[in-house]
Design a protein around this ligand. Structure first.
Ligand code: IMP
Length: 429
């Protein structure tokens, strides 16, 4: 049995898409367990760039099975668009994509509430992707969510929708002063989706259990990142799901004893999209350089990402709360040519030094980063596939990171291309 969880160790956008795509070659099943189409997993194959939002990345490989687990929130319109886009590129997911009956649906009112509630928050807005993620999870927790299985029972679907619209339209019309939704229109739209989605709907907990029983290799593909986790991240500036490794269990129904390894993906520096604390952020030329060299613009919304130095405190926390067994360091090549590289090793706030992640938002927002300095390298690392060929200073940097965060490095990515990766050890082997 070899089952692996791959998670983001920072604030998302660590390059999980490429790493999952690479490791999918060794997996039989690739399973999404949380989030929705707020995610943007970019995969570069030859000259083609494919961005997946909801469909598990592994489906780009012929013959692999993809599962959308119960912990994911599904916008059926967005899902069908993605299926069609893949199909137009000659990639069929028919017979190899399975969607959990228990996954919750994103409804049009979720998107509207997401956008309107951000507007009233003013400077305290989260900077969401506007995809309706938070309101869909809120309904799930409030036990009024509509699930994928409800699409198969039109009477029940209509009843639930009608009840929810009373409340949702009240919010939209009375509080936010925007137009509400018409029951008939939403019902018809979703019944059309139901017709197309029906063949993909399955009892995925059973499917996964059977796959494990047959000795298949499972890769659980995390979306977003550890510090965006609703329980363990920089709350309230987080997404509304469990992006950490534990989410793989609750979001798919797989027991923790069935997971062998957890790989954390981290950039060689740090980025964040949306609002919230970011101690090692660089609001200067250096940050601008990281953004332009690293092409740091959101894969889902196109927003410029905030950029800063690598933060050991963030990573050490990720190692702890995910039980990471190894790391994949991505975008090393973006640091080529920087004369000096800083690594944040602690925070200072009101005379106190923090070596571990503080929980209070104020401390994180107002602290001063403590840096250690490393000499950069001028030699290009783009495309290097052997550790020995890396410049000496790049090796020193990587070894220092690994030692400080307390986790082995298995993979080092030196470009966006699938093959341009240093594989020190394949976690599947
Ligand atoms: P939501 O997930 O759309 O509710 O957004 C909540 C926060 O998570 C915002 O700061 C978003 O920018 C961030 N976020 C959501 N999905 C991603 C992602 O895939 N990568 C990076 N940030 C994300």
């Amino acid at each position: 049995m070899m089952n692996l969880v791959v998670i983001g160790s920072q604030w998302g956008d660590e390059g999980k898409g490429k790493i999952v795509d690479l490791l999918s070659e060794s997996a039989d099943y690739v399973i999404r367990y949380q989030g929705g189409h707020n995610a943007g997993h970019t995969v570069v194959s030859g000259e083609t760039v494919i961005v997946l939002h909801l469909i598990p990345t592994g489906l780009l490989h012929a013959g692999k099975i993809g599962v959308i687990g119960n912990g994911v929130v599904v916008d059926p319109g967005a899902l069908l668009e993605e299926i069609d886009a893949l199909s137009s590129r000659g990639i069929s997911v028919s017979g190899r994509l399975f969607i959990s009956e228990a996954a919750h649906l994103i409804m049009p009112y979720h998107k509207a509430i997401d956008k309107e509630s951000e507007k009233v928050k003013g400077t305290r807005k989260i900077g969401t992707t506007g995809r309706g993620i938070g309101p869909a999870y809120a309904d799930k927790m409030a036990r009024i969510g509509i699930r994928v299985v409800d699409l198969l029972d039109p009477g029940l679907f209509r009843e639930k929708l009608a009840t929810n619209l009373v409340e949702m339209n009240y919010f939209l019309e009375q509080l936010y002063k925007v137009k509400g939704f018409d029951l008939e229109k939403v019902y018809q739209e979703y019944m059309e989706y139901a017709d197309r989605i029906r063949p993909y709907i399955a009892d995925t907990t059973l499917l996964i259990d059977e796959a494990i029983g047959r000795g298949r290799r499972l890769l659980f593909e995390g979306a977003q990142g550890t510090h965006l986790d609703v329980d363990l991240g920089t709350y309230p500036y987080v997404t509304s799901s469990n992006a950490t490794a534990g989410g793989a269990c609750t979001g798919t129904g797989v027991g923790p004893t069935k997971i062998n390894e957890v790989l954390g993906v981290a950039k060689a520096y740090t980025t964040r999209v949306g609002s919230g604390p970011f101690p090692s952020e660089l609001n200067n030329e250096m940050g601008e350089m990281l953004r332009s060299k690293g092409k740091e613009f959101g894969a889902t919304t196109g927003r410029p990402r905030r950029c800063g130095w690598f933060d050991v405190v963030l990573l050490r926390y990720s190692v702890r709360v995910n039980g990471l067994t190894s790391l994949a360091i991505t975008k090393l090549d973006v640091l080529d040519g920087f004369p000096e590289i800083q690594v944040c090793v602690g925070y200072e706030f009101e005379g106190k030094v923090y070596r571990e992640m503080p929980t209070a938002l104020k401390t994180l927002e107002k602290c001063t980063p403590i840096y250690e300095h490393f000499s950069g390298w001028s030699e290009p690392t783009t495309g290097i596939t052997s550790y020995d060929r890396l410049p000496k200073n790049a090796k020193t940097y990587l070894e220092a990171i690994s030692e400080k965060v307390g986790c082995r490095v298995d993979l080092i990515s030196t470009s966006s291309k699938r093959g341009e990766t240093i594989v020190l050890r394949n976690p599947f082997q």
